[in-house]
Design a protein around this ligand. Structure first.
Ligand code: ZN
Length: 615
């Protein structure tokens, strides 16, 4: 069975949790400010667990999340501030580095261990290796030689001319270069009697002392406010006077946080403690450095391109521009960049070897060859190109897709089947039939129905159908003020986004009823108005034979023409039965089902917001 290949399943899984958000709180406070996407993103971010991500990226997310929450609850926040908080939080979430991505070769390191992140971070970044291939020995004692060897490794193991500084550090030991390097730099000293005692355990105050000297060598800040007192720790008096400045420094920079209100300065440090302290040291002093102010970059756009309001999955602006060099305002590691255009700042996908496919497209075995599965919108890697044909890498191997305008080879007469007023209790039965036939359709949904059937709405998107705006409550928009229309469209758009992670890009006004005000507001949202060329009047007859009469004449002639947009309602059982009959009839007569966006983009060379389309 053919089916849509889903690369966005993980994202959709994350979005599943958003279905619990009540539509009644969407757009609270100032209704002209759209806070719902920010609220949804905050709810998503709050489900993340800090144990699963590296310290530095988690801290960045936490800061962005706190900022976002402050903006969300600030009744005086402007739309620009809300949008900025959204962008910052989304970027921070995108940049999160999962600990799991490091892999875990150690049987003695588990996700619920306090040292989980630090041990895997240290191993992945070659700071500390396991004691064997499968053990880290997190609670094992840390030797003085190991402490120094780790620092030496971080510094790239610079060449060392051996000197017999310590009686117990001969030239041929695994730690010899490290100890001599550190001793010459003053990072370590001996234990007296010209001995280093390499196999000896290290105390926590020893470790603080060595790390503070290392920090000074690295030109990290080693100053501590004189007001900082260790008096809050019950055992602060046990800190040796020679170590007190180093312990104060380690506490100030939170390298050592104590346990149970105690510092335990003379206790021996474990390998897990060292991994934790090292990670905090690097986080504090390497990641917190202010990045240089980014300079405007430039990028050459080789041909017409589609721009987006926001990176990834967001509502596209189908704008084309001649080949030109554009200023890049910001560039993300995932390949998206924000550029300046004549129409304002827009997002595009900047990597030349990749392309963002903005609609569901078919895969071909070869140009002009047989058509196979479909892929949903995603970023793909381009392997080869022949005019409008692109060969891309997919999970099924290299496949061709067609990105030009006009019908694709092998396709029949293209038509769009549309279903209004759902989702409902009947929609799943329709989806099963569509899935079995690999037929994509377009659902013009009501916001209140999406709220009532969130999992059905998610399935619509996951199975490659188009999901579009039909208002929240189904009022006659032509009898409403611009503000009232905006409110209806916003509420429907937001609930769709919260539940499916996609913004709708089309509007069908209820009853098809529209006027200049409806068109003007639709233009603000970037929506074309989609009406229909075939009305099955299924809501009126609720009779399978009567509905089928709109598809086929009594003499057997098919009444559907290429380019038709067919109106049905997935809220009646009779409609579902008739739709399945009609689909089988039309497939047998060589018709190809496409979404409304695909149909109109091909027939009209693009879709214009605010304009009315019947076919
Ligand atoms: Zn309707």
């Amino acid at each position: 069975m053919k089916k849509t290949i889903r690369f966005g399943t993980l994202f959709l899984a994350i979005m599943l949790i958003l279905q619990t958000i009540s539509p009644s709180i969407v757009g609270a406070a100032d209704s002209s400010i759209d806070r719902a996407p920010l609220q949804a993103l905050i709810a998503q971010a709050e489900r993340f667990d800090g144990r699963d991500y590296t310290n530095a990226t988690w801290r960045t997310l936490t800061l962005a999340l706190n900022d976002a929450k402050a903006v969300l609850t600030n009744q005086g926040a402007t739309q620009a501030e809300v949008d900025r908080a959204y962008g910052a939080l989304q970027t921070a979430a995108t940049m999160l580095v999962p600990i799991a991505s490091f892999g875990n070769p150690f049987a003695d390191v588990g996700r619920n261990d306090w040292f989980y992140g630090a041990a895997l971070y240290a191993n992945a970044n070659a700071l500390m290796q396991g004691t064997t291939a499968t053990t880290f020995q997190p609670l094992g004692t840390l030797s003085r030689a190991t402490v120094v060897t780790v620092l030496y490794r971080i510094e790239g193991e610079p060449p060392v001319v051996f000197e017999a500084i310590f009686d117990d550090v001969p030239a041929d030991q695994w730690y010899s270069d490290a100890v001599i390097w550190a001793a010459k730099l003053g990072i370590v000293t001996g234990v007296g009697d010209d001995r280093f005692h390499p196999s000896g355990p290290i105390t926590r105050e020893d470790l603080a002392t060595i790390l503070r000297r290392y920090a000074a060598f690295k030109n990290y800040d080693v100053t501590v406010p004189s007001s900082l007192s260790l008096g809050s720790f019950a055992d602060y008096a046990q800190v040796n006077s020679w170590a007190s400045e180093a312990v104060r420094w380690a506490v100030y920079y939170e390298l050592i946080r104590g346990s149970g209100g105690r510092l335990n300065p003379r206790g021996t440090a474990t390998r897990a403690e060292y991994a934790t302290i090292l990670q905090r040291l690097i986080d504090n002093f390497e990641f917190d450095r202010q990045p240089a102010t980014p300079q405007p970059e430039q990028h050459y756009i080789a041909w017409q391109f589609i721009t987006y309001l926001e990176p990834n999955f967001m509502a596209p602006k189908q704008e084309s521009y001649p080949a030109q060099t554009v200023n890049v305002l910001q560039r993300r590691e995932d390949g998206w960049g924000q550029i300046t255009t004549a129409s304002g700042d827009r997002w595009v996908y900047l990597r030349a070897d990749m392309r963002y496919i903005e609609s569901t497209v078919y895969l071909y075995d070869h140009p002009n060859g047989s058509r196979g599965d479909r892929i949903e919108p995603q970023v793909v890697t381009i392997l080869a190109q022949e005019s409008a044909w692109y060969q891309i890498s997919t999970w099924l191997g290299p496949k061709w897709i067609y990105l030009g305008l006009g019908p694709q080879p092998g396709g029949g007469s293209r038509i769009a089947l549309t279903f209004d007023d759902g989702p409902s209790g009947y929609t799943s039965q329709l989806l099963d039939a569509l899935y079995a036939r690999n037929v994509p359709v377009t659902f013009f949904v009501l916001g209140q129905q999406v709220a009532a059937y969130p999992s059905v709405a998610q399935r619509i998107v996951q199975e490659g159908h188009e999901l579009a705006n039909h208002s929240y409550r189904h009022p006659d928009l032509s009898r409403m003020s611009a503000a009232g229309i905006r409110d209806e469209l916003t509420h429907c758009r937001n609930i769709i986004y919260q539940i499916t992670g996609r913004y709708p890009t089309l509007l069908r006004p209820p009853y098809g009823s529209h006027n200049a005000t409806v068109q003007s507001v639709a233009r603000e949202f970037g929506y074309p108005l989609i009406l229909w060329s075939v009305d099955t009047r299924d809501w009126e007859s609720r009779n399978v034979n009567a509905i089928m009469g709109h598809f086929v004449a009594p003499n057997g002639t098919v009444r559907i023409r290429e380019g038709d947009i067919i109106l049905m309602h997935d809220i009646y059982g009779t409609t579902i039965d008739a739709a399945i009959n009609a689909i089988d009839l039309l497939l047998a007569n060589g018709f190809e089902f496409v979404t409304v966006t695909e149909l109109l983009a091909e027939r009209h060379g693009g879709i214009t917001p605010g304009k009315v389309y019947n076919r």
